[in-house]
Design a protein. Sequence first.
Length: 260
Amino acid sequence: MEQTVLLFGEPVTQLPQDLYIPPDALRVLLDTFSGPLDLLIYLIRKQNIDILDIPVTLITEQYLAYLDLMEEMDMVLAAEYLLMAATLAEIKARMMLPRPPQSDDEPETDPRARLAEQILAYIQTGKAAENLAALPRVGADTALSAHLPPVGAQPVIKPPADAHKLADVLRKLWLRHDLRRAHEVENESYSLAERMDSMQARLRNHPDWQPLTAFYGAGEGREGFVVSLMAMLELDRSQLLEWQQAALFAPVNLRLRQSP
């Protein structure tokens, strides 16, 4: 694989004669890949290739070119790199050779499917390792699980503290408390049934017309007047008495209803 070096935007075709490159300067290349799958993922991402639709021919050529580069730098290739090269060559051959006819019941298998599954599993394992490495640690091999939020939990965002707003809210709550008034229900001072009984007893003893004011005392006030008026109306509705008023705002007189 040809590599182009640019200097100030211009390609460099010849190395300077006084440039010194240590013999082991390029050995860091092997350290960037922890295995053949890591190198394969680098090539796939470099070409922006879909893992589920790998162009095996292109990837195989690039992979072999990297192996040749390692051999030129006198690097000892691990057996797993050579095994991956053989696997890619096998997949390439199976993709190029004609496939035997298959029945309708037997599904057609893609030679790249198993390799794609290995790559996806390797990527997921790498992401999980990165997430574990990012966790805070108490010791060398101890992680704090309490720092992991529950699944689906939303972070609690605390509002900014403002002492003036807090004091204003407390003042409004205090004013609202002062506006509250307790409603107490008191028992009736005068009973309507008792007033009806006393009114009938007085009218029996005084068969003539009696003023309404005679049925409540001056100390009873408005409550006594209202109870006496209601008692008169209830007795009139029951056809037990009759009442009359000579003119507007004139005194009200009542007596027991006379038998026809």
